[in-house]
Design a protein around this ligand. Structure first.
Ligand SMILES: C[C@@H](Nc1nc2c(c3cc(-c4cn[nH]c4)ccc13)C(=O)N=C/C2=C\CC1CC1)C(C)(C)C
Length: 332
């Protein structure tokens, strides 16, 4: 868990120069750094403009000494690997264009999600109309299918790191907490009972696993056993669908510890008037036993049992991303 760095910690943008270097490798001098648009645990995301093309990008800047001090090298490496694995996926994720470094910093040049985070939209209108919630839930399912089929588990999905591009399509960001499954590993199945040395190294890995996830959206298996599987993202999907429709996440406490207690006891309820289909889907995702969650048994690259759920009636899964998203209106 990291505390938000105080604004003062946001990096001062590097000096701008006017020389035009050779095309091969970009440097910070190729960009005009603008406002800070996002502040991560050990990085700051600036809005920036390429001085040669005038194009806008988001540049994530990480201080090398901070990464070394906080031992975040692994996170940075995994984030870059995940972003590269997803950069050929045309929609649903922020795209990594290039990286470069100087003596003190690492730079990631990424797509600029012009409409920012999903969270302010939920807060502004209180809660989404059903067709809006359904549409964005469908975009989220498609993004999870693409990530999981590449063996990438996000582990910290939440409305703050689900962004919206200029056409209001979703772009998942912040891959600092991802887990990338070893390609040889078959789809994560319930742990076998047989004792073998891989089991003990797996147990070792979990004991050493630094905690990830944000309180309201973290799954019970991550809390209880430090076990992270694709099903942990399906739990977060359930929380986000609940929140888009009711305006607040299902598990809320005055502090993280009490929020965790509610998660482990599955202590949540639906507000009056919560649509029946949505309630049924959320109930099939917010199941303590991660092997029983809707979608966990699905084989192949799509979550058929989630796609087929009545909540998604009317969604044409093949054209969702080509459609223009429904307008997010204040819920009267
Ligand atoms: C979730 C992230 N916040 C953000 N990450 C990114 C943004 C972004 C944009 C706005 C925004 C745009 N307009 N108004 C606000 C607000 C927050 C943003 C963007 O455009 N492009 C790539 C990003 C991230 C790339 C990812 C590899 C890190 C945190 C809080 C971690 C900094």
């Amino acid at each position: 868990r990291c505390r938000r760095a105080p604004a003062a910690a946001a990096l001062s943008p590097p000096p701008v120069s006017t020389t035009i270097p050779n095309k091969s490798k970009r440097t910070a001098q190729d960009y005009i750094f603008g406002k800070v648009i996002g502040d991560g645990c050990y990085s700051t995301v600036f809005l920036a403009k390429d001085i040669h093309t005038g194009k806008e990008y988001a540049i994530k800047v990480c201080e090398k000494r901070h990464i070394i001090k906080e031992k975040k090298g692994e996170y940075i490496k995994r984030e870059k690997e995940a972003l590269n694995m997803l950069s050929n996926v045309p929609k649903g994720f922020v795209r990594l264009y290039c990286t470069f470094q100087d003596a003190e910093r690492l730079y990631f040049v990424l797509s600029y999600a012009k409409n920012g985070e999903l969270l302010p939209y939920i807060n502004k209108v209180g809660s989404f109309e059903l067709d809006v919630a359904k549409y964005y839930a469908a975009e989220l399912v498609l993004a999870l299918e693409k990530m999981h089929s590449k063996g990438i588990i996000h582990r910290d999905l939440k409305p703050e790191n689900i962004l919206l591009d200029e056409n209001m399509h979703l772009q998942i960001a912040d891959f600092g907490t991802v887990k990338i499954l070893d390609p040889e590993v078959i789809r994560t199945i319930p742990e076998a009972n047989i004792e073998d040395n891989s089991q003990s190294t797996e147990r070792e890995r979990r004991r050493n696993m630094s905690f990830v996830g944000t309180a309201q959206y973290v799954s019970p298996e991550l809390l209880r056993h430090r076990e992270d599987t694709r099903a942990s993202d399906l739990w977060a999907l359930g929380c986000i669908i609940y929140q888009m429709i009711s305006g607040l996440p299902p598990f809320r406490g005055p502090n993280e510890f009490l929020t965790f207690q509610k998660i482990l006891k599955l202590d949540y309820e639906f507000p009056e008037g919560f649509p029946a289909d949505a309630k049924d889907l959320v109930e099939k995702l917010l199941i303590l036993d991660h092997t029983k969650r809707l979608g966990v048994e699905d084989k192949g690259e799509t979550y058929e049992s989630i796609r087929k759920h009545p909540f998604f009636n009317g969604i044409d899964w093949d054209t969702v991303l080509e459609q223009s998203p429904p307008t997010i209106n204040p819920y009267l």
